[in-house]
Design a protein around this ligand. Structure first.
Ligand code: PMP
Ligand code: GLU
Length: 389
C-alpha cells in the first residue's frame, strides 16, 4: 500500500514516545527516574472528579455542541476577558480535545498550501509537524533567543511569513517575556499584518510573582488577528481529561469549529463539566498548592544543576522545564546521550534535537523532589564519567 507522503514524513513526538518508554521500563521493574514528562505529577482536583461523577449520574453523556457546552464557553470567555482586560464572547471560544487539538484546528483554519509560519526555536515538538499537517511551511527565527523577538518577526515577515506561533512561558526553555520584549514584539507584529497564535498553556505556571506579559497587553488592536490557546491540562493537572480551548475572532473560531465538526465532534462531555468546575474556581486551593510546589522544585533543580560542571541553562521563570546545554566536548549528540542515559543510568530526559537544538537536554521538574535529586545525581555522574574517558 502507498501511504500518504506528507504523513509518512512527520516526525514522531519525542516527548510522548520517551515518556511512554520510561513508563514501560518502570513496569518491567527498572528503577528509571523520569524527568521527561511534560505533565504535572499531582492528582486532578477533587472538584473535577465530583463534577465528572455528577455529569455521568445526570446523563450528560451525549454529544454536546461541537464547540463545547455553552456554560464552559461562557466561563472561558469570562476568564479570558478578565485576564486580557477585554470583552470576549462565548462565540469566540472553541473547546477542543486538549490545547494540542486547539492549535491544530486553528492552523488548519488559517494556513493555505505553502504558507510560511514563524515558530520559536527551540520549538515545542509538535509545532513544526502541525504546521506541515496544515499544508504550511515552518520558518525559524534567526536571533538565537529562546523566545521569538521583534527582530525575528520583522525578518520572517520580509521572507514572506504570514503567521507566528508564540509560546510564553515556553516549552522547552521555561522562558517568559519581559514587558518591554512583549511590547516590542507586539509593535513588530502590528507593523507586519501577520496573524498570531499565542499558545498560553503555561500561563498559570509563572514564578516571577507577576502575570506573564502578553502581546495583547500593549496592543489590544492585535486582537482582530490573534488567537489565544489554553486549557486545563497543566494548570489543574488534568492532562488525561483532554480539554483545551481557542479564543479567537469569530471568523476564525467558526472555521476551527468546522474542522472539529468533521474530525472529532465535541470533546468528551464529562471532561467539559469537570473543566467548568475547576475554571469556575472550585479547585483554587489545589491550583495554588501545585504552583507553590513547582516553584520550590524549580529552585531545587536549578540549584542542583548549577553545581554540575559544564551545564548551562536559562533560569526558567515559568512552565516546568529546564533546557540545559552540555559541553560539545562530550562528543555525543543529544539523541544518543538520552538513549545512553536511559540505558546506562536509568534516567529519562528529552533530547534537545526534538526541539530543534543540539547539545541540549530538557529536564522536566514536574516530578517529586526525590526524583529530581536522584535524576540530577545520575546526570552528573554520567557526564563526569564521559568527560574522563
Ligand atoms: N502547547 C505546549 C507548549 C505544550 O507543552 C503542550 C503539552 N502538552 C500543549 C500545547 C498541549 O497541551 P494539551 O495536553 O492540553 O493538549
Ligand atoms: N507537552 C508535553 C511535553 O512537552 C506533553 C507531551 C506532548 O504533548 O508533547 O512533554
Amino acid at each position: 500500500m502507498n501511504f500518504s507522503k506528507s504523513i509518512s514524513g512527520l516526525q514522531p513526538s519525542a516527548t510522548l514516545q520517551l515518556t511512554a518508554r520510561a513508563g514501560e521500563l518502570v513496569r518491567q521493574g527498572r528503577p528509571v527516574v523520569s524527568l521527561s514528562a511534560g505533565q504535572p505529577d499531582f492528582p486532578s482536583p477533587g472538584a473535577a472528579h465530583e463534577a465528572a461523577a455528577r455529569a455521568m449520574k445526570e446523563g450528560r453523556t451525549r454529544y454536546t455542541p461541537t464547540a463545547g457546552i455553552p456554560e464552559l464557553r461562557q466561563a472561558v470567555a469570562t476568564k479570558t476577558s478578565q485576564r486580557r482586560r477585554a470583552e470576549y464572547q462565548p462565540a469566540e471560544v472553541v473547546v477542543s480535545c486538549g490545547a494540542k487539538h486547539s492549535l491544530s484546528n486553528l492552523l488548519m483554519a488559517a494556513v493555505n498550501p505553502g504558507d510560511k509560519v514563524l515558530i520559536p526555536l527551540p520549538y515545542w515538538v509538535s509545532y513544526p509537524e502541525m504546521v506541515k499537517l496544515a499544508g504550511g511551511t515552518p520558518v525559524f527565527p534567526s536571533s538565537g533567543q529562546p523566545l521569538i523577538t521583534a527582530e525575528d518577526v520583522l525578518g520572517a515577515s520580509s521572507r514572506g511569513a504570514c503567521g507566528v506561533i508564540l509560546n510564553s512561558p515556553g516549552n522547552p526553555t521555561g522562558c517568559v517575556y519581559g514587558e518591554k520584549e512583549a511590547s516590542d514584539l507586539a509593535d513588530a507584529i502590528a507593523s507586519t499584518g501577520m496573524w498570531v497564535i499565542s499558545d498560553d498553556i503555561y500561563e498559570d505556571l509563572v514564578y516571577t510573582g507577576s502575570p506573564s506579559p502578553h502581546v495583547l497587553d500593549s496592543r489590544p488592536d492585535l486582537r482582530s488577528r490573534t488567537a489565544i490557546v489554553s486549557g486545563v491540562s497543566k494548570t489543574f493537572a488534568m492532562t488525561g481529561w483532554r480539554i483545551g480551548w481557542a479564543v479567537a475572532p469569530v471568523e476564525w473560531t467558526k472555521l476551527a469549529t468546522r474542522v472539529q465538526e468533521h474530525t472529532t465532534s465535541n470533546p468528551c462531555s464529562i471532561s467539559q463539566w469537570a473543566s467548568l468546575a475547576v475554571i469556575s474556581g472550585a479547585a483554587e486551593a489545589e491550583r495554588k498548592a501545585m504552583l507553590a510546589s513547582f516553584h520550590a522544585r524549580r529552585d531545587l533543580i536549578c540549584s542542583l544543576l548549577s553545581e554540575v560542571p559544564g551545564l548551562d541553562f536559562p533560569k526558567p521563570d515559568g512552565a516546568f522545564y529546564v533546557f540545559a546545554g552540555y559541553p560539545k566536548s562530550l562528543g555525543i549528540g543529544s539523541s544518543e546521550l538520552c538513549a545512553q542515559l536511559l540505558d546506562e543510568a536509568d534516567l529519562a530526559v528529552i533530547p534537545g534535537s526534538a526541539f530543534g537544538r543540539e547539545h541540549r537536554i530538557r529536564l522536566s521538574f514536574a516530578a517529586s523532589e526525590a526524583d529530581i535529586r536522584t535524576g540530577v545525581q545520575r546526570l552528573a555522574a554520567f557526564i563526569a564519567k564521559r568527560s574522563n574517558r
